[in-house]
Write a new protein. Sequence first.
Length: 445
Amino acid sequence: MSGLRRVRLAPGWPAAGDPEVDRLVRRGAVDASTRTTAREILEAVRGGGADAVRDANRRFGGGLADGRLLIGRGELGTRAARLSEGTRNALTAAMEAVRRFAEAQLPASRTVETAPGVVVERRWVPLASVGAYTPGGTAPYPSSLVMAVVPARVAGVERIVAASPAGPDGTLDPVLLGVAALLEVDALLVAGGAQAIGALAFGLPEEGLESVDRIVGPGNPWVTAAKLELASEVGIDLPAGPSEGMIVADPPANPVLVAADLLTQAEHGVDSPAILVTTDEAFADEVEAELAPQLALAARREILEQALSGHGATVIAPSIEAAIDFVNAYAPEHLSIDVPDVEAAVAAVRNAGSLFVGPWAPESAGDYATGANHVLPTGGLARACGALSVEMFGHFIQVQRLTRDGLDSLRPTIRALAEAEGLLAHRDAVERRFTAVASGPGAPR
C-alpha cells in the first residue's frame, strides 16, 4: 500500500484555520443519506413488525437461515457448556473486570435540606428494560455484549434483550451465543442494522418481544442512524458509530508498536479512521515503513488496507501542544499517547473517549481485559459524551417534601417569580394552602 495521507498543522493552527484539517476534524457519526435509509427501515418495522424485520434481514443480511428472530433464555442456556475452557475462562475474566469497574460507578441517592422544612431527594432508579446491540456479520463481537450487559446487571436492570446479526451463512457465532448464556440475557434478537434497533424500540408483540426503555451498544452507520432517529421515543446511550483511533507519539516511542496499534484500530472495519499525530516527520516515516511488513502477515489484510487508504492519516504538528490541540479538536474515540512527558500530555487532553497511556497500554487491553468500557462516542461526540457506564442504565427521580413552615418560608420567592412570569395559578396554588383550603375540610396536614 502507499503511505498514509500526510497532513501538516500550520504553526498558527487552529487560529489560522486550514480547510484540509477542518475536514478531518469536522466529521459526523452518520451522513444524511444513511439517516434517510434508516428512517425508511424503521417506519417499515413500525408498521410491519416481525415480517418487516425478516424482510430487512433478507435484503441487507443479518438473519438466521431459518428466519427465526428470537432465541430464548432456555435455548441460550445450553450454549455456555459448548464454549472451550480457554474461551470461557477469558470471558469470565473479562466479565469480572468490567463488573469491578462498574460497581465503582454505581450512583447513590442523595437527600438535601435546601431550607428548613424543605427536603429534596435525588433518587437513583434502575431502568426496567434494556436492549443491548452487538455488531456482527463479518466479525462477531462477544466482548461488546459483555460491555453492555455487565453494567446493566450492576445497575439493577430487570430485563435485558441482546441483539446481533447472523453471519453471511445465516448462523450465529457460537462464542456470541455462549457469552449471551453466561450473561443470562432474557432473549437474543437475531437481526442487524436499523431493523434490529426498530424491533427493540417498538417491540415485536407477535414474537413475544416487548419494547425496551433504552438501547445501548455500538454498531454500523445504520445502527447509529436508527438510534439517532428514535432518540425522542426511546433512550439511547450514545451514537457509537464506526470505530476510530488516534495515536500521539514521538521518539523514543517504538515505531513497530505504533504501527501495530494503527493496525489494531484499522482492523475494526474499512470505515475506521486510524491517525498518527507526531511532531517528528522522520519518526512518521519509520512508522509508515513498519506498516508494510505487518500488513503482509495480517489475517484481515484487505480490510486493513482499505481502512488505512481511505481513512488513515499522519498529522505532523509543530509542537506537542499543537498536537494535543488537534486531539481535542478531533475528539477521538480511542487515544493512545506515547511521548516523553506522557502525563503532562494526558493532563492536557479534554476530549477523548478512552485513553491508553504509554508503551504498555495497547488499545487491545481496553477492548478485552482492563474492565474499562469499550463502547465509546465516535464522530467527534467525545467532546460531550463519555464511555458507556452504569449511569446509562438508570435515571434519577427528584422527590420533594415540604412542611407547612417550609412552604411558608418560600412564599415570597414563589409569589414574586410567578407574578414576574405571569403564571398566577402557580402563585395561587401556594396561597390557597394558607387561606381558604387551610381553614376548611381537607386542609393540608
